[in-house]
Design a protein around this ligand. Structure first.
Ligand code: PEP
Ligand code: MN
Length: 262
């Protein structure tokens, strides 16, 4: 069970030789969407040099409009694997339905996006696979519902789950979502799973990513997922919230200083 009263010890999620969980802080970075092999390889090399330990990139994109860029799909996963080969960074990418699972054989961490947090058939299906799962909180879901979705995965035998707070819908419109910072310590008190924060989707605004990253660390997050792009102005999705590569590097320098103070 995800409940800490049943399992008091912190779960450490292992991705190759990387550990995420209490005492092991990791930064996942990369573009919202994989756009080309050159793009994702360039971003991977840069974020690795800055200190990211996992590469993210969307291949199957859950877009609000069916006419918006839907991702490179199987080619996107192929390009992520090239970037992994070039850099050694394990890859994190979103699955949208269970029929895509065969394409995820070489993917290191399977992401369940906010819009699929209560796709119970998909949760059960990834619960039957042996890979770590990054489960994002739904746009309008409570902490209790979030934990029950993790329970769906765990009920099928997979305990390697990373919870990700990525902002929720509120009355506020100036930010894309409202980062629920109290979810981080609450999730960590109620469950034994690692909790990371995605400040990019929470804010929707590039200039808020650094301050929200620092806030996430202050409330005890076990990691961050930050969108980066080689040319955010031309990004095919989420450019407004993406850091460019020098901005990410500067943020990582700042975060490393803060973490080493602890
Ligand atoms: C993403 O990580 O690119 C994404 C679509 O996030 P979310 O599911 O949190 O909206
Ligand atoms: Mn995105």
């Amino acid at each position: 069970a995800v409940n800490r009263t049943v399992h008091p010890d912190d779960t450490l999620v292992k991705v190759g030789d990387i550990t995420i969980g209490e005492g092991f802080f990791q930064v996942i970075s990369g573009p919202c969407s994989v756009e080309s092999e050159e793009q994702v390889v360039q971003i991977a090399k840069s974020v690795k040099a800055s200190g990211a330990t996992l590469l993210r990139g969307g291949a199957f994109k859950p877009r609000t409009s069916p006419y918006a860029f839907q991702g490179l799909q199987d080619m996107g996963i192929k390009f992520l694997l090239s970037a992994k080969q070039e850099t050694g960074l394990p890859i994190v990418t979103e699955i949208m339905n269970q029929t895509q699972l065969p394409l995820f054989e070489e993917v290191d961490v399977i992401q369940i996006g906010a819009r699929n947090m209560q796709n119970f058939d998909l949760l059960r299906e990834v619960g039957r696979c042996k890979k770590p799962i990054l489960l994002k909180r739904g746009l309008c879901n409570t902490i209790e519902e979030f934990l029950m979705s993790a329970e769906y995965i765990m009920s099928e035998g997979n305990t390697q789950i990373i919870l990700c707070e990525r902002g929720i819908r509120t009355f506020e419109t100036m930010t894309r979502n409202t980062l629920d910072l109290s979810a981080v310590p609450l999730l960590k008190q109620k469950s034994h799973l690692p909790v990371i924060v995605d400040p990019s989707h929470a804010a929707g605004i590039r200039s808020l990513v650094a301050p929200l990253s620092k806030a996430a660390i202050a409330v005890g997050a076990d990691g961050l997922m930050i969108e980066t792009h080689n040319n955010p102005a031309e990004a095919l999705s989420d450019g407004a919230q993406s850091l460019d590569l020098p901005q990410f590097s500067a943020l990582m320098d700042d975060l490393k200083r803060r973490l080493s103070f602890e």
